[in-house]
Design a protein around this ligand. Structure first.
Ligand SMILES: [Zn+2]
Length: 209
């Protein structure tokens, strides 16, 4: 059974996730605090196989290069935001108010995440669905009984759309078409804050009720 561990990182508490089976692991959005992420990986006694990125805002990618070098693993991203990894203007780190995040640049990603494709990496399988709106290349990762949804859907809220390239109409459509069509009892793990369920957000999220 695939399991998930949430690790809030950095000044704005971005959620990195370790998704793991018996021995192998995927790392989602290593945003900051690489030593903390490495400690959790060590405690879980799992071997990272890849980094997968929900979107390339700086708070989600600040520890990508340290983690990828430590474990010698590739990075996967939606090609729409591939060049955000190498550009502080696009990933917004040029605007960051936290000194240690002012110029986030990572090496280019090794692989694309293609919409609606299913990926098997190590012994973990997930499907990529597009959830644009917070940013144009935002994607969510659907595993057996949970979805990792980046900054699209939060517990009781949705991602902000006032940043460059944000699109509030696209965001609400993404959530309704790609996330609210998932089973009600499916857990949703957002890029900030606590986990929730699809059913709870469908019935109580103020953006839809
Ligand atoms: Zn973001």
């Amino acid at each position: 059974m695939t399991q998930i561990k949430q690790i809030p990182t950095g000044a704005i508490q971005e959620n990195c996730y370790i998704i793991y089976n018996d021995h192998s692991a995927l790392i989602v959005d290593p945003g900051d605090d690489a030593p903390l992420i490495q400690q959790v990986i060590s405690d879980l006694d799992v071997t990272p196989k890849a980094i997968i990125i929900t979107h390339a805002h700086y708070d989600h990618i600040g520890a990508v290069d340290t983690i990828r070098k430590t474990y010698q693993i590739p990075v996967y991203i939606d090609p729409i935001e591939a060049d955000w990894l190498t550009d502080p203007t696009l990933n917004l780190s040029g605007l960051a108010r936290h000194d240690d995040m002012n110029n986030v640049i990572t090496a280019p990603a090794e692989f694309d995440l293609n919409h609606y494709d299913t990926y098997t990496i190590g012994d973990m399988t997930f499907k990529v669905v597009p959830t644009p709106g917070h940013s144009p290349g935002s994607v969510s990762f659907i595993f057996d009984d949970f979805v990792v949804c980046g900054d699209a859907l939060f517990s009781g809220s949705v991602g902000r759309t006032d940043l460059p390239f944000g699109d509030s109409k696209a965001l609400l459509t993404s959530i309704q078409e790609e996330l609210f069509t998932l089973p009600d009892d499916m857990y949703a793990y957002p890029g900030h804050g606590p986990k929730t369920t699809i059913g709870k957000e469908k019935t109580t999220n103020p953006f839809f009720n």
